[in-house]
Write a protein of this length. Structure first.
Length: 469
């Protein structure tokens, strides 16, 4: 498997960045955090854990998911969780032309990241044939935006449909089962689905798959609807850490993403995290750079510059992961996703000359899915591009990345590069696991529990009181 790499050389800037010595100084505490993380009660690696209960993270179950799901699949095939997910995906692919995914936060951002990174950039606009019969995927239940909901309802067939082209279904995801945005969306889209299947309860139930916590309101509702299949968000796996459970895997599999490769990528990152020494460990190096710059230079804005439009949602997934995990106790860096070169024309001015509070981490694709497009020559050379006629878009992108890093370096602005072999499943699996591990380790060295999001409750409480008052 081609591995992703992390290169922090761009942070080695005299006076405004770090020195190799600064990183080495953080090595012992990060190594300790890794050992502690690996020694907690993790059923696959370490039964019975040595870490005292009060220091155990609450929801570290994400760590073992890749290996656990892959091993179970090997052993039990179709009867395993992964086997069931693949079978449900196949059934949905055959029976519907669009899935409406209802979920918010960790219950949708991972699926959106995978969809945007791995699928055709205009997947939903392609004909069914060009999509190889794979369903379209639309996201709702992630807001209470009336016109957005009405807009999606406009394009759904809500009359009895005989052709696959008119059929649609719902994947509804909520761990708690009680999130208002998702529950409201479900109620509204359920009414539309009922109309679409001519009020046939069996047909309706077959078009719905819930992924939820056991025994919650959503679980009760899907049982009352008689849905033949549902999935559980595993215990000990928090929302924003759940992308490699059914939460992210089911929608990904429905749109043809190879979820086995995704898990294999994540398992490979687990191996590197467990085995590689500090200097070669992408997770520990990443945390050392982030923490080093924060502690020594007060740099607490984390810009994730993704150099591909396909990776924007992946950046937003990381925004949530970092913000909700370590933004606690009046501390925690602020994440910001930029899509370059697009945002060089909106944010780069500030990054180049504004406050010295930013680390720019580039996410770069080593290979692309499509053949390079050259500019070509033209009889009309008013734009003076004939001199670059043989240059391709990837070459221009490469020059933009190097030129931007150089400009930041000359201005004393730290940068680091994460290079993905491609926007493919194995690379994404590695990246996702790297970031979830890094966030967990960073929380530990900061003395913050990265799991849970108690601060989100305040708005919910107020909103409910206002609605009921
Ligand atoms: O990371 C988290 O736990 C949150 O972002 C949740 O995913 C989000 O609040 C949605 O919660 P639920 O899945 O319970 O509807």
């Amino acid at each position: 498997m081609d591995r992703i790499s992390y290169d922090p050389r761009g942070v080695m800037i005299h006076e405004t960045g770090l020195s190799p010595h600064d990183l080495e100084r953080l090595a012992p505490s990060l190594d300790r955090a890794r050992t502690e993380f690996l020694e907690q009660d993790l059923p696959l690696y370490n039964k019975g854990g040595k870490v005292p209960a009060e220091k155990q993270p609450l929801d570290a179950g994400f760590f073992e998911l890749p290996e656990r799901l892959l091993a179970e699949h090997k052993e039990k095939g179709d009867k395993s969780e992964l086997g069931r997910i693949l079978a449900t995906a196949k059934r949905l692919q055959k029976s519907v032309d669009r899935i409406v995914l209802l979920g918010i936060g960790g219950s949708y951002m991972g699926a959106k990241a995978l969809f945007d990174a791995c699928c055709h950039p205009y997947h939903n606009e392609l004909s069914r044939t060009k999509r190889n019969g794979l369903p379209r995927l639309s996201f709702e239940g992630n807001n209470v935006d009336n016109d957005a909901v009405a807009g999606l309802l406009d394009i759904l067939d809500v009359g009895p449909a005989s052709k696959p082209e008119g059929r649609w279904g719902i994947i509804v995801i909520s761990k708690s089962g009680g999130t208002l945005e998702t529950a409201s969306g479900f109620r509204i889209f359920l009414t539309a689905l009922r109309a679409s299947v001519g009020d046939d309860p069996k047909k309706m139930a077959e078009r719905i798959v819930a992924v939820c916590g056991k025994g919650g309101k959503l679980d009760e509702l899907q049982q009352a609807l008689g849905c033949p299949e549902s999935y559980e968000v595993p215990d000990g796996v928090g929302g924003r850490f759940s992308i490699l459970s059914a939460v992210g895997l089911l929608p990904a599999a429905v749109v043809g993403i190879d979820i086995v490769k995704l898990l294999e990528g994540a398992a490979d990152m687990n191996r590197r995290f467990r085995e590689a020494p500090f200097a070669e460990n992408p997770v520990l190096q990443y945390v050392a750079v982030c923490q080093g710059l924060e502690r020594r230079r007060g740099i607490n804005i984390r810009v994730l510059s993704v150099w591909s439009k396909a990776l924007e949602s992946l950046g937003l997934w990381y925004d949530q992961l970092l913000a909700e995990s370590i933004g606690k106790d009046f501390i925690g860096a602020t994440p910001l996703t930029c899509v370059n070169t697009r945002d060089l024309h909106s944010r780069a001015q500030q990054h180049q000359e504004g406050t010295r509070d930013k680390l720019m981490t580039n996410v770069i694709l080593k290979s692309l899915k499509r053949d390079p497009i050259a500019l070509g020559s033209s009889e009309l050379d008013q734009d003076q591009l004939n001199q670059l006629s043989e240059k391709t878009l990837p070459q221009i992108m490469e020059a933009a990345i190097a030129g931007t890093n150089q400009a930041y370096n000359e201005a004393g602005r730290p940068t680091a590069d994460i290079t993905l072999p491609g926007a493919d499943e194995a690379s994404l699996g590695q990246f996702l696991q790297m970031m979830m591990l890094a966030t967990t380790i960073e929380g530990r060295v900061m003395g913050i529990n990265p799991f849970g999001q108690p601060g989100v409750e305040a708005y919910k409480k107020n909103m409910t009181a206002i609605l009921q008052g």
